[in-house]
Design a protein around this ligand. Structure first.
Ligand SMILES: Nc1ncnc2c1ncn2[C@@H]1O[C@H](COP(=O)(O)OP(=O)(O)O)[C@@H](O)[C@H]1O
Ligand SMILES: [Mg+2]
Length: 264
């Protein structure tokens, strides 16, 4: 079994008479050490998938196994333990607490951890150093740039040393320079062994991932050559004047692989 195995995950949201099929039986395997990008238009179900992979919400149907653990079979505190042991979350709006310093924000996930205050502080400092903010421990969010705030959010996601990071549009609020910096950091963390599932609507960032899948209308559809070409075109737009070297299709050049087919 893969490290993360989602089997026919469905999610319906009901509000009054209206039912929205946000996810329609998505099956997905993520291997340990993968950097998976999830793309798709707004409303395609990306955030829903990510929150289901993180055990933040329950599916209407389907199952999720992480490291052979039946995640939706876990109840209450055991589900909370799973999240704190296995996962680091990064969201689009950094959700930093405005009156806490970079270090205090980073240490938040350790609030319930059975560690001494001194150990928590050391872990927080270590995480901030990993994202290049070792000299900004005592800054408040408003004293940092958007890129720095996003890096604090990343430090907070890795402070508990999780094997998996789930990131929902981590560069959504950043300009391209800061966005690239955050992507390179994610790539470094992935190379250090952390498995990453990242939602992005920016096709240019799929080049950092080892595999890309596309969601459309609640289901996985092939991430096509055309999609990949768009990504390359986007990148060229960003780096004006750089020519594309190499032959073969855009997908081949970028090493994209086809997503796993949906079960019938
Ligand atoms: N809490 C919710 N209640 C009702 N509908 C929701 C809720 N969250 C998401 N949806 C709907 O589910 C669909 C998928 O949403 P979402 O997963 O947020 O898509 P994406 O992240 O790809 O933009 C959308 O139609 C959205 O409006
Ligand atoms: Mg979303």
């Amino acid at each position: 079994m893969a490290f993360i195995t989602a089997d026919r995950l469905s999610k319906q949201y009901r509000s009054g008479e209206v039912t929205v099929d946000a996810l329609k039986g998505v099956s997905l395997d993520v291997e340990e050490g993968e950097f998976l990008a999830v793309v798709g238009e707004s409303g395609a179900g990306k955030s829903t998938l990510l929150s289901l992979l993180g055990g933040l919400d329950r599916p209407t149907a389907g199952s999720l196994h992480v490291n052979d653990l039946d995640v939706y079979g876990l109840r209450g505190e055991r589900l909370a333990d799973f999240r704190s042991e296995y996962l680091g979350f990064v969201f689009q709006s950094f959700q930093l607490i405005t009156y806490l310093t970079a270090l205090e924000n980073t240490m938040l996930p350790l609030a319930i951890a059975p560690m001494k205050a001194k150990e928590k502080r050391a872990a927080g400092i270590h995480a901030l150093k990993r994202v290049g903010l070792g000299d900004k421990l005592d800054r408040l969010p408003h004293q940092m740039s958007g890129g720095e705030q996003e890096r604090v959010a990343l430090a907070r996601a890795i402070v508990n040393d999780p094997p998996v990071i789930l990131a929902d549009e981590p560069t959504g609020n950043l300009d391209s320079k800061n966005g690239e910096a955050v992507m390179k950091l994610l790539q470094d963390l992935n190379r250090e062994g952390i498995t990453i599932v990242m939602v992005t609507h920016n096709l240019g960032y799929t080049k950092y991932a080892s595999r890309t899948i596309k969601l459309q209308d609640g289901g996985i559809v092939p991430f096509t050559d055309t999609d990949a070409s768009c990504a390359v075109a986007f990148e060229d737009e960003q780096e004006e004047g750089r020519s594309i070297v190499g032959s073969g299709s855009a997908a081949e050049r970028r090493g994209f692989s086809e997503p796993a087919a949906l079960p019938a």
